[in-house]
Ligand binder design. Structure first.
Ligand code: ADP
Ligand code: MG
Length: 277
């Protein structure tokens, strides 16, 4: 294989050089004057295409702020955010999943996914084909005709994930999507999300305060300090993404070692409380 040629000045960079997310010297302050709250940063982070980045940190350290900046919902006070090389535009380029699923309760499960495809500009005949495909992917093919209020919280979150996948956006942004679910449902959804992200090749940025969730899901884990969130630890996880059953993965000695390392970093970062205020 020939090596890649040197980039030529004045030409656009090759697609593989453009990170899915590129955050540089990013800082965010809410309010101004005496009531100003520095929520985040400065923070710099490059997320290569196809990775599954998990951001872990204590409550209030700026995780949601970081995700909202990446989604383009919020403009940074200073520094820059680029997704796929461009300034992020809300509703374009990224599927977003929140802690509480944001769905249309009077519509069916299939209807909710269909609507997301419609927003994405997918024509009707193609939507008819893709709705069952997306439902199958998130394990909801049996409940396509139920109304949202007729399914469980875990299933509702699956609908939210299907909707986020509908746009075909290269990026998935997830803000503690499983935090309100019971432990067993949460594990199932983690397992399915891990599989789906690998199968679809989406770049994911997932926010959580659970160390377990971070180790299980992440191909890379970044631990944030107490507010204003800065990077306390940036770790490539290196566990296999395919070929192992979830329980086999959790039983690996490396898995336990990662939990210890990341858990320690989260506790140390949280202990900085008071010094950083
Ligand atoms: P996390 O998601 O890690 O819990 P957030 O990003 O929600 O943290 O918040 C970080 C800090 O910024 C917190 O101290 C929070 O109170 C503050 N904050 C978040 N959103 C706003 C806002 N809209 N206005 C003022 N302060 C905010
Ligand atoms: Mg949050």
């Amino acid at each position: 294989m020939p090596s890649n040629p040197e980039p030529v000045a004045g030409l656009a960079p090759a697609p593989e050089d453009v990170a899915a997310v590129d955050v540089s010297e990013l800082e965010h302050v809410y309010g101004d004057g005496r009531s100003a709250v520095t929520a985040l940063g400065p923070i710099s982070l490059r997320v290569p295409t196809g990775s599954f980045l998990v951001i872990v940190g204590a409550s209030g350290c700026g995780k949601s702020t970081l995700l909202r900046l990446i989604a383009g919902f919020e403009r940074p006070t200073s520094g820059t955010v680029r997704t796929g090389g461009e300034e992020p535009v809300p509703g374009r380029g990224a599927g977003v999943v929140f802690q509480q699923p944001r769905l249309f309760p009077w519509k069916t499960v299939g209807g909710n996914v269909d609507l997301a495809l419609r927003y994405a500009g997918v024509p009707k005949p193609e939507r008819a084909r893709r709705v069952p495909e997306l439902l199958e992917r998130v394990g909801l093919h049996d409940v396509a005709d139920r109304r949202i209020w007729q399914i469980s919280g875990g299933q509702q979150q699956r609908v939210a994930i299907a909707r986020a996948l509908a746009g075909d956006d290269p990026l998935l942004l997830l803000d503690e999507p499983f935090a309100a679910l019971d432990a067993l449902t949460r594990e199932r959804l983690q397992e399915d999300l891990r599989r789906v992200s690998t199968e679809t090749g989406r770049t994911s940025v997932f926010v959580t305060h659970s160390v377990d969730e971070a180790v299980f899901l992440g191909s890379r884990v970044v631990v944030l300090t107490h507010r204003p969130g800065r990077i306390a630890l940036d770790l490539e996880v290196g566990l296999p993404r395919t070929g192992l059953e979830p329980d086999e993965l959790r039983a690996l000695p490396e898995y336990a070692a990662l939990r210890t390392t990341i858990g320690h970093a989260v506790r140390t970062a949280a202990a900085l409380e008071g010094e950083t205020r």
